[in-house]
Structures are given as structure tokens and as C-alpha cells.
Design a protein around this ligand. Structure first.
Ligand code: ADP
Ligand code: MG
Length: 628
């Protein structure tokens, strides 16, 4: 092996560039942040060819002193941080002194800048890390930076760039984040000389939200606000009727910085649980204002991930803020809004109160605490039912699992009984079904996979597995929440071999598994003993299910385990449900269809796939030319 040598500055910069500047959008982000740090009030962004040919950002900020120009493009040189203790009190976006140096290493970069007390500006060019000499130029107060031909000297990186449209899309996303976080900034974005966004300063992010996402979305936003221990959390969350397939429309801003945070994402999931279909995500634009010493932003080169001093506290604040708001709104009836009445008719309840001047004290007396949820406050009965259901999730010690006295061994896999009755409670889940209860006698199973049913409105094709899975999921969930999962105790515990990790993780979650009706006991380093299993699941291959559960637990990062119960319920329902390819008896079909309308949202299985497709009578008539 060759001897050890220090890396050249160029190599160091290229490595750093790889971390900070991944694509044109990352350069745009860094340049926008620099302009904001320089207290700009207006920023103009010009992009050519998705930023691969040119990124130009012009601001009216404080500018750079002529003597500092070379330092500005040198690595680890910054005006924003002086000593290491400043790292724990970062008030600017930048502080690493890396961005301009990184960009200059992998492009042709030009800076022109002038400070207010200078009679003229100063210009500097850097090509692929070679710094030219600064010279005077005429320019307005502020800074203009051009980045041309990004990655032209790093062909590998250039190859990784996507289409112009994709790269521009990413740039627009970065631009949007800055625009939402800084409504008082005048911002302009052009692509290939065409105006994309022209955003004059406004007072509130809401107006920006309308500019980006349209009135239709902003009409459905609910204003939320809370303050706890000097931490203010506020913003807009979507009504449950607005949901997305991804988390892309969940934005969180920490002191003006767009960030991503798993724990807070989980708080959102938790707050909307029961209001949204599984696999659908709420819309949220949340702003977090907190003292800088409560958070470490120096975790990640792009600073989109941060470390909070007390993330659990934030989790609770977000969750209780949303729950309190949801309890105070009549969300349920709004979901079934009668034809003719639009959502915006009821907007007043969702609206943001008259704006509080910046810095004015919050008059809200006290942010509700978790304990406040002991009694639901909603006046509406059906909503109160919903709320109560939500609240049972927080009961730390669910009543003990009821255990049946019977004893059987583990038999051949067999799907769960289809006609297991739903407990009376589960009627709470009933939503007005758009389809009348089907006439079971006229159901037809085709391809051992689908059930075809005549309905009042036409015909419906149902995926037998998806529907059964959904029904089982609701039944299981209902029972787990009310603490009455019937379990079958095994006379002879069944040993299940696993990895040492899986054993540990299963035992660690013994309490949770117990709630689900599983008895798991230690049985040596690589083995557990299964002592009981839930009855509702029929005769499954339980050792296999235990192995699957263990694998799931082991592969779920600790942070995500909050959704564990749900994930495990899905998995159990999926394994226990009838499969595609399974011939069903007339009684089984009837039993399945009978329970269909008892399940809320029977149109989607827990994975979010549809359980049923409907063809209307009108459509059939149209297809067969039976018009008029
Ligand atoms: P950082 O922002 O982490 O300090 P950068 O490489 O992004 O590092 O910028 C280096 C320095 O250049 C900054 O500290 C700042 O002093 C100066 N600078 C960069 N962009 C601007 C700008 N638009 N206006 C004024 N000064 C700027
Ligand atoms: Mg910077």
C-alpha cells in the first residue's frame, strides 16, 4: 500500500462538493440561503436548461467586501461563525463556509458584489477551482452569482443528472420552500427566460401557499397554533378529505429553514390516524420557531436534518395541538357533506385568526396537554365516538388479554373464518356506504379471485383477498384497542427458531405482542416458545407468522416503531385472509359480502389498493348502446 499523504485542496473540495452540491437544485438552495443571510429583500433567480447551463442569482443584500471576495470562494472560510461555541447557536443558514468553494470547484463561477459604502463593485471568476484575480466593475448594491456548466469537469456527476424538466422541478421545489418560509421576501424565478414565479412580498405564508398550490387547496387548510416552553408551533394542515399518495406536501420549517424530521412526521401520522386511509398522507405546512440553543443544525451537510434537544416534547406538542383542533371541529360530518354544500361554506372554523403582529404575545392561555384528552370534548356524538376510539390508543396499560381455555396444537395453515362476527362496537366504523348492501345470492366468484356482485347502481367486482384482509384488519384492530383479543393457549408451546437479534426484539416487544394475542417466551439464545396465538386468525402457520413478525420488528428502525401496532395488524390480516386462487363456498362468499358494508372504507385494503371496482348501470347501458 502507498504511504499516507494529505489530500490536495482540490480533491478535498471535490469531496465536499459531492456532499453539498449534488445537483443544480442544491446550488440554488445554497445561493438562496446566502442571499437571505445577507439580508436581501429581493432575490431574482434565472435558470437555463434546468440549471445545467446557468444558474444566476441576484440579490440586494449587504454584499461582500472587495478584500473578502477570494475568501468567499475558499473552503472553510465564512463570515458567519467565529468560534466552535457558535456552532450551538447558529442564527444563519450558512456557517460551514463550504458552498461557494464547492460550486467553484465543479463549475465556472462568477461573483459580482458591491457593499453600500463602496463606490463600485468587484468581480471575481473561478473556473474549476482556479481562482482568478478580483477586479473592479460597475454593479448595484448586493451580490450577483453565476454558476455555469455545473459538473462540466466531473463527468460522472454530470451523467447522474436527470432531464432538464426534472432538474428544474427540483429547483422549483427549493425555491418554493424558501418562498414559503420567507413570505416577506420578493422572489422571482425564471426558466429559459420565461417567468415561472413572480412573488411580491406578503405578510403570511398562506398567500404564498395559494400562489403555489391554488385556492382549492388553501380552502381546505386548517389553521393550527400552539406555544409551549418558548417553542411556537403553527401553520396549516389539510382537512382529512385532502390526502396525498406521498409525504411530498408535508413541509416543516424550523426557524425559516426547511427540514425533514421523522419523529414529527410520525406525530402527523398519529394525529390523522383513523381520519385517513392507510397509505395516504395528510398535507401540512408547519412552522417551528424555537431558541437556537434547543437544536443542533450541524448534523448533515445540507442541514435538512437537525437534532432537537427534546424531540419527544415536540412530538407531544404537535400531536396534542392537532388532536385538540380536530376535536373542536366537526370533521366527520364534513366528510359526508351533502351535495350542493361546498367545503368552503364551512371555512370559518378552519380559518386563521386575524394576524397577530410579529412579536406580539400569544394570548392563548395554555396549550392543552396530553392529559386533557381523558374526556373527549366534542359535542357531536358520532365525532365523540371517533375521538374516544382515538383516545383508547393512548391507554398505556390495556386490559389484559382474554384467554380461551381451549388447547390445540398448531395445525395446517387455514385462512381465518370469514364469518367471525364483528363486535357490536365496530358499528362505530360504519360510514354511509355509497353502495347498497349487495344481494349475496347473485354474487359470482370468477377466476377464484374476484367476486362479481349486482348492486343498486350497477355492478361491482371485488378482490376477495383485499376485502377479507380489510375486514380482518378492522376486526383485529377493534379488538386490540378494546383489549379483548381472544387467544388460544397452546398445551405444548411451539419452539420457533430465529436469529439472536430477532429473539431479542420479540422479547422486547412482548407486551405489544401480548396485546395482539401472542404469547412469546424465552427459549434459549436462538429460539422462542410460542405459548398462545390469536383465535381470530384461524389456523395459520403461526411459527411462520412469528418469524415474519420478528423480521418486521427487527427491520423497523426504532423511530418508526411508533406505527408498529398498525404494521403488525396489517401483516397479520394479510397472512390470515383468503388468498387469490382460493375457491370459496357459497356461504363463505355470502359471509364475506355481508361484512363488507360494516367496514369503513371497504374500498381499500390496508395497503391502499382498491378492494372493489364499480361499473355503473348507466355505463353498462352506454357501452351496449342502450341510450334513451
Ligand atoms: P457560508 O454561507 O457557510 O458562510 P458560503 O460558501 O456559502 O459559506 O459563503 C461564504 C461566504 O461568502 C459567506 O460567509 C458570506 O460572507 C459570503 N457570501 C456568500 N454569498 C453572499 C451573498 N449573496 N451576499 C453577501 N455575502 C455572501
Ligand atoms: Mg452559504
Amino acid at each position: 500500500m502507498p504511504r499516507i499523504r494529505p489530500l490536495s485542496a482540490a480533491v478535498v473540495n471535490q469531496i465536499a462538493a459531492g456532499e453539498v452540491i449534488e445537483r443544480p437544485a442544491s446550488a440554488v438552495k445554497e445561493l438562496l440561503e446566502n442571499a437571505i443571510d445577507a439580508l436581501a429583500t429581493r432575490i431574482d433567480v434565472d435558470i437555463v436548461a434546468g440549471g445545467t447551463e446557468l444558474i444566476r442569482i441576484v440579490d440586494d443584500g449587504e454584499g461582500i467586501h472587495p478584500d473578502d471576495l477570494v475568501l468567499a470562494v475558499s473552503s472553510h472560510a465564512t463570515s458567519k461563525l467565529q468560534q466552535s461555541s457558535d456552532l450551538f447557536d447558529v442564527r444563519t443558514f450558512g456557517f460551514r463556509g463550504e458552498a461557494l468553494a464547492s460550486m467553484a470547484e465543479v463549475s465556472r463561477l462568477k461573483i459580482r458584489s458591491r457593499q453600500a459604502d463602496q463606490s463600485h463593485g468587484c468581480e471575481l471568476e473561478v473556473a474549476h477551482g482556479r481562482i482568478g484575480s478580483p477586479h473592479e466593475c460597475g454593479c448595484p448594491v448586493g451580490t450577483a452569482i453565476e454558476v455555469r456548466n455545473l459538473f462540466e469537469n466531473v463527468p460522472v456527476r454530470r451523467k447522474f443528472l436527470k432531464s432538464v424538466a426534472t432538474e428544474f422541478g427540483q429547483i422549483a421545489e427549493q425555491f418554493t420552500r424558501v418562498a414559503l418560509a420567507h413570505p416577506r421576501l420578493h422572489l422571482v424565478l425564471k426558466h429559459n427566460d420565461k417567468m415561472v414565479y413572480q412573488l411580491p412580498p406578503v405578510d403570511r405564508p398562506l398567500e404564498r401557499l395559494t400562489a403555489f398550490y391554488g385556492q382549492e387547496l388553501t380552502d381546505q387548510l386548517i389553521w393550527v397554533e400552539s406555544e409551549r416552553a418558548g417553542i411556537r408551533l403553527w401553520g396549516y394542515v389539510g382537512h382529512p378529505s385532502v390526502h396525498k399518495a406521498t409525504r411530498k406536501q408535508q413541509h416543516l420549517f424550523l426557524n425559516g429553514r426547511w427540514i425533514q424530521d421523522r419523529t414529527l412526521q410520525h406525530a402527523l401520522v398519529e394525529a390523522y390516524r383513523g381520519l385517513l386511509m392507510v397509505g395516504r398522507y395528510p398535507v401540512a405546512f408547519l412552522f417551528l420557531d424555537m431558541p437556537t440553543d434547543q437544536v443542533d443544525v450541524n448534523v448533515h451537510p445540507t442541514k435538512t436534518e437537525v437534532r432537537f434537544r427534546d424531540v419527544q416534547q415536540l412530538f407531544r406538542q404537535l400531536l396534542s395541538m392537532l388532536r385538540t383542533k380536530f376535536l373542536s371541529l366537526d370533521l366527520q360530518s364534513r366528510l359526508a357533506v351533502p351535495a350542493g354544500q361546498t367545503f368552503s361554506d364551512r371555512r370559518s372554523a378552519f380559518a386563521e385568526p386575524a394576524q397577530r403582529p410579529l412579536g406580539a404575545p400569544n394570548t392563548e392561555t395554555r396549550t392543552p396537554q396530553f392529559e386533557d384528552f381523558a374526556q373527549p370534548t366534542a359535542a357531536q356524538t358520532d365525532f365523540a365516538t371517533w375521538a374516544k376510539d382515538q383516545l383508547t390508543r393512548w391507554t398505556p396499560d390495556a386490559p389484559p388479554v382474554f384467554e380461551a381455555a381451549a388447547d390445540v396444537g398448531v395445525n395446517e395453515p387455514e385462512p381465518a373464518p370469514i364469518d367471525a362476527p364483528l363486535s357490536a362496537d365496530s358499528e362505530h366504523f360504519t360510514l354511509p356506504s355509497p353502495i347498497a348492501p349487495p344481494d349475496a345470492h347473485r354474487a359470482l366468484q370468477i377466476h377464484d379471485c374476484y367476486l362479481v356482485v349486482e348492486t343498486e347502481l350497477g355492478m361491482t367486482v371485488i378482490d376477495q383477498h383485499a376485502l377479507h384482509e380489510r375486514i380482518l384488519y378492522e376486526q383485529l384492530r377493534q379488538r386490540v384497542l378494546s383489549g379483548v383479543v381472544e387467544a388460544q393457549r397452546l398445551l405444548m408451546p411451539v419452539p420457533v427458531e430465529l436469529t439472536a437479534n430477532e429473539v431479542a426484539v420479540l422479547l422486547e416487544h412482548g407486551e405489544l405482542l401480548n396485546r395482539l394475542g401472542f404469547g412469546i417466551e424465552e427459549f434459549g439464545k436462538d429460539t422462542v416458545a410460542l405459548t398462545k396465538h390469536p383465535v381470530l386468525l384461524g389456523r395459520l402457520d403461526f411459527p411462520q407468522l412469528v418469524r415474519d413478525l420478528a423480521e418486521k420488528l427487527d427491520s423497523t428502525p426504532a423511530l418508526e416503531r411508533r406505527d408498529l401496532l398498525d404494521a403488525l395488524l396489517h401483516m397479520m390480516a394479510c397472512k390470515a385472509a383468503v388468498k387469490a386462487g382460493q375457491r370459496l363456498s357459497a356461504e363463505e362468499i355470502e359471509a364475506l359480502l355481508r361484512q363488507r358494508h360494516l367496514v369503513d372504507d371497504a374500498h381499500h385494503c390496508p395497503h391502499g389498493r382498491p378492494t372493489a371496482l364499480t361499473l355503473s348501470r348507466a355505463e353498462l347501458d352506454r357501452q351496449f348502446g342502450r341510450l334513451g
